[in-house]
Write a protein that binds this ligand. Structure first.
Ligand code: 4GX
Length: 236
């Protein structure tokens, strides 16, 4: 997969390309992340990427020409899916991450300032929000998308089992996990996990995952029960 990150802060992209898992994926040729500096596509003397809003009001607006020229550049070698990160987008979910992991080329557009010129949206395929809070730019949301999507690409993580058993993939939150020591600051590991009785362990984990999902994420719990009735337990 080829991922372009369109941003006025290209140095931030090292945050995702520098860490070990994506670095290894890049070396293996599975995922390539490229920073595209929107400022390089500004044509005026001062290379401006923002301007004051028509109609007045506070804050600055991202100008359309540099952003759309950067999108054209990203698309020139291979077609790609253009995604704008914004609080107005559709909520990012594990199902969306799974769908995007099948794409060949993602073009992630990171806005700054108070917003973008509305006409940029005519050049965007979809708009994604990572949650209902306001950030200073789309870079961190883009990195969240890159992290969730790339770990689903075969060969990026060492071990496939660890991707599908985790939260959400199976439709439930994770069961509690423990490692050594058997007692830590007076807190013991549940006896069943030390028993070596695999069927009891499996049932305990299932029960804990159900209880925890019901308590912490009732909406996900109801969805899980409905899917189980339909005879589907892979989270889809
Ligand atoms: N999930 N932000 C984007 C600037 C902006 C505004 C409008 C495009 C259109 C966010 C989020 C988020 C803040 C990133 C505003 N760009 N993005 N930025 N939450 O809060 O995705």
């Amino acid at each position: 997969m080829f991922i372009d990150v369109l941003t006025i802060f290209p140095d931030m992209v090292e945050l995702v390309t520098g860490w070990s898992i994506l670095k290894r994926a890049a070396e293996k040729g599975i995922v390539t992340v490229r920073a595209v500096n929107i400022r390089d596509f500004a044509v005026d003397k001062h290379r401006t990427t923002d301007d004051t809003p028509y109609g007045g009001g506070p804050g600055m607006v991202m100008k359309p020409e540099p952003v759309v020229a950067a999108i054209d550049f990203a698309r020139q070698e291979r077609p790609g899916r253009v995604i704008l990160l914004s609080p107005q987008g559709e909520r990012f979910t594990q199902a969306k991450a799974r769908a995007l992991s099948a794409e060949d080329h993602l073009i992630l557009v990171c806005g700054r300032y108070e917003g973008i010129d509305e006409r940029i949206r005519a050049f965007v395929d979809e708009e994604i929000s990572i949650g209902d809070y306001v950030l200073t730019g789309g870079e961190l949301p883009a990195f969240v998308v890159i992290d969730a999507v790339t770990r689903l690409i075969p060969g990026v993580l060492g071990n496939k089992a660890s991707t599908d058993e985790e939260s959400f993939a199976g439709g439930l939150l994770e069961y509690p996990q423990y490692t050594r020591p058997p007692v830590f600051r007076n807190l013991p590991v549940p006896e069943v996990l030390l028993s070596g009785h695999h069927e009891r362990i499996r049932r305990w984990r299932e029960e804990m995952a159900l209880q925890r999902t019901k308590k912490r994420h009732p909406e996900l719990y109801e969805q899980y029960l409905r899917r189980r009735e339909r005879g589907n337990n892979d989270g889809s």
